[in-house]
Design a protein around this ligand. Structure first.
Ligand code: GLY
Length: 371
């Protein structure tokens, strides 16, 4: 019997497990292939200011709290796990390709200023001074010095090492369902037939959190993202470039040595893992329009994974309607950014019974008992 078992060994599950173990709880994580879901695809943007949207102010507060926690979290993971996480603090440039794109960016800038967020409007020329590889066709940009990035795959490896060094046990088996006994979650059923008994079950299976046997209906759906990895990009970009290209969004995130991530499509297609010619074409076409040098790079990887989407784009954090089952899922486009705050909030709940105030708007009951 373990105090806590966590279904899912991606970034969210591991951060909860690690923080809970630091608080003295015995923790077992169950995952047959940890870190190969959304954590494997993520570009690693820590970008709440360039992602800010009207009507999502509570999510922005949670995201800013997590962004603030990031430098300390990264240092602590690196220290505990003995591996680098690849945090880059070069900021983000959001660029517009035509006049309509600039109108959208200017509206975003107005919203950012209303909220007191740091963002500077640049001309196209000033944007190119910062990122000389941008096309001369870029009309203007917003420079957001506080929106950073991290290497999601390196982070996962380091977080797993940190968790194990802190006593978290990893069981590499597929989760078959939540074991319900006497009307409460009492552990996990494993695909091999074993039962793992636990005082509390944490569900951190990302897009696969809904539909697991034993779990009440959850408002989590897969939102497909196709994403590309390219090599040979050393020196091409200073920091992340997000672009609006004739109304379509594309982002370019430099990481580790000479690598560049270009992403991502946003598709409601269920658990379809197909990498399509159209998806790759669209991403490369828009990326090359913005940074022509991308056409010289080697395309080394294409993949598709699923963001855990919710109706309000915000995560589900806290007790579910099934006693003993705690949710840490539904992070949609912000899983990497929200990793520190989720780990702290959910581990705090497990250890003390209370969620911190910043996480309170994200309890699953906001969707009612039968979402
Ligand atoms: N956070 C970027 C994405 O979901 O594509």
């Amino acid at each position: 019997m373990t105090d806590v078992t966590v279904a899912g060994g991606g970034l969210i599950g591991l951060s909860v497990a690690w923080r809970a173990a630091q608080r003295g709880l015995s923790v077992t994580v169950v995952d047959d292939a940890p870190g190969t879901g959304a954590s494997w695809a993520a570009a690693g943007m820590l970008a709440p200011v360039t992602e800010a949207g009207y009507g999502e102010e509570a999510l922005l507060r949670l995201s800013l709290a997590s962004l603030q926690a990031w430098p300390g979290f990264a240092a602590e993971v690196e220290h505990a796990g003995g591996l680098p996480v690849g945090l880059r603090t070069a900021g983000t440039l959001a660029v517009g390709f035509d006049d309509d794109d600039m109108r959208v960016l200017d509206a975003l800038h107005t919203f950012q200023r209303e909220l007191g967020l740091e963002a500077e409007r640049l001309t196209g020329r000033a944007a190119r001074r910062r990122e000389p590889s941008l096309t001369t066709r870029v009309r203007g940009a917003l420079l957001v010095p506080g929106d950073h990035s991290v290497d999601g795959r390196a982070l996962h490896a380091a977080l797993l090492a940190a968790a194990e060094a802190t006593g978290v046990r990893l069981v590499r088996e597929r989760v078959a369902g939540v074991h319900v006994d006497g009307g409460r979650a009492a552990g996990l059923r494993l695909a091999g037939g074993d039962l793992l008994a636990a005082g509390t079950v944490v569900l951190a299976l990302g897009a696969r959190s809904g539909g697991l046997p034993g779990v009440p209906p959850l408002p989590v759906r897969p939102v497909k993202g196709q994403i590309l990895r390219l090599a040979g990009a050393a020196g091409l970009l200073e920091g992340t470039v997000r672009a609006l290209v004739r109304g379509r969004q594309v982002y370019l995130v430099p990481y580790a040595g000479d690598r560049l991530v270009v992403g991502a499509t946003v598709e409601d297609r269920g658990f379809d893992a197909t990498v399509t010619a159209g998806g790759v074409h669209e991403l490369l076409h828009d990326a090359i329009d913005v940074v022509p040098g991308v056409s010289e790079l080697e395309l080394v990887e294409t993949l598709a994974r699923w963001r855990p989407g919710t109706a309000d784009n915000a995560p589900l954090l806290g007790p579910s309607q099934l006693p003993g089952l705690v949710l840490a899922t539904g992070h949609h486009r912000n899983g990497v950014l929200l990793t520190p705050v989720t780990g702290d909030a959910v581990a705090g709940l497990l250890a003390t019974g209370a969620l911190p105030e910043v996480a309170a708007p994200f309890t699953p009951d906001r969707f009612g008992r039968n979402p």
